[in-house]
Design a protein around this ligand. Structure first.
Ligand code: PMP
Length: 369
């Protein structure tokens, strides 16, 4: 309930002020953290200098690419595993099973290794060999399965669930509808942003895959600020959430598709459900704008970011322009460009996707692949 969340939020802040705590509230530079899981979170909040100066606002990006697994999903990975342990579903030597092709799998692989659990990953067989290799070398057992829709029982998510059901001491972590994912952001991402800005934050915006980041951070910031922090979804083409939110839940429209990986959603997940009505609106960002921002963040800020991060930055810029000078707008830098470089900086790929024209002339020098 709202009251419980508010109480938890207050407790988190109290904890942050406490000295010598491991984990939340202690910056990575301040002390020793306990194992890999202690190094998750407490990421810097980076002032994006060019965009801030241009808009007259403080536009700040939470540096989630600095997590051990390289993305925002380390936080959710840690929380779904901790939740399974607390509920007694996962005991020493147990197995975690998840359906994912992306960052959640990498986050889970790190967390499971560090805690001694086995990890089984199901993913659509349309995914690159590189992703499969990476998960395998991080110790996961990987099953690429036919890429069929969610309503087909052979979909990778359902296969993951059945695999866990067949084993003893195994859990399907179910990132989309397991609200421990959202809790990671109520208890860590939100409080960190509030603490780092000393409560001077006017707006927050980010995209959704599972919705955990947006829902949890929004819930925390709305609670702690008495509803004053404005929160917006940042949505790519092909997602239904933009139309859903802008029409007050009356209307759902899916049009187009996007090159941004890991985001865009066809339904209101259980992670989003409790908080979607708290949102102040949604901002639709085209692939042209996202890709231009990938190049601008690199050139102007020195930040090497993936497309979802840059969609977020583009949305934060629009929010800053809407609110006007003097405001502080926070967004999320979800991951780096490392896993996407062969696409984002490839002339052939940009041409195939009809995005080559979106790169400003003076930034074409970065198209090197
Ligand atoms: N960006 C990237 C690169 C991701 O992998 C994800 C997760 N799929 C997100 C953003 C969205 O995060 P969330 O699942 O918390 O909505």
């Amino acid at each position: 309930t709202f009251a419980t969340t508010a109480r938890r939020a207050a407790e988190t802040i109290a904890q942050m002020e406490a000295p010598n705590q491991y984990g939340i509230g202690v910056s990575k530079a301040q002390g020793i953290v306990k194992g890999l899981t202690g190094a998750i979170g407490n990421t810097p909040l980076i002032r994006l200098n060019h965009i801030s100066d241009a808009t007259g606002c403080e536009v700040l990006g939470k540096a989630e690419f600095m997590n051990p697994g390289g993305s925002i999903k380390d936080r959710a990975a840690l929380y779904v595993v901790k939740d399974a342990e607390e509920k007694g579903l996962l005991k020493p030597g147990g197995t975690v099973v998840e359906g994912t092709a992306g960052n959640t799998g990498i986050g889970l692989a790190h967390v499971c290794r560090s805690k001694g659990y086995k990890l089984v990953i199901y993913m659509p067989n349309t995914q690159s060999q590189g992703k499969i290799d990476l998960l395998r070398l991080l110790g996961a057992e990987v099953y690429p399965v036919p890429a069929v829709a969610f309503d087909n029982p052979e979909n990778y998510n359902h296969q993951a669930k059945r695999h866990a059901d067949r084993l003893d001491n195994a859990v399907w972590t179910n990132q989309f509808d397991n609200i421990a994912n959202r809790r990671a952001h109520i208890e860590t991402t939100g409080p960190e942003i509030w603490h780092q800005t000393k409560g001077k934050v006017d707006a927050f915006t980010c995209a959704t895959g599972t919705g955990g980041t947006l829902a949890g951070t929004t819930r925390y910031l709305k609670t702690v600020s008495d509803g004053k922090v404005k929160c917006y979804l940042a949505d790519p083409p092909g997602s239904v959430l933009h139309s859903y939110i802008e029409s007050g839940g009356k209307h759902v429209e899916r049009s187009g598709s996007s090159i941004t990986e890991g985001i865009g959603q066809g339904r209101v997940t259980d992670n989003l459900q409790p908080d979607i009505d708290l949102l102040d609106g949604s901002i639709n960002i085209s692939d042209e704008k996202s890709i231009e921002m990938v190049y601008r963040c690199l050139d102007e800020e020195g930040l090497y970011l993936g497309a979802s991060s840059c969609l977020n930055v583009a949305a934060a810029k629009e929010v800053a322009e809407k609110l006007g000078r003097g405001h502080t707008v926070v967004t999320v830098l979800c991951d780096g460009a490392y896993r996407y470089a062969d696409r984002l900086f490839s002339k052939k790929w940009l041409t195939e996707k009809s995005l080559i024209g979106a790169i400003p002339k003076h930034l074409e020098k970065y198209i090197v692949l």
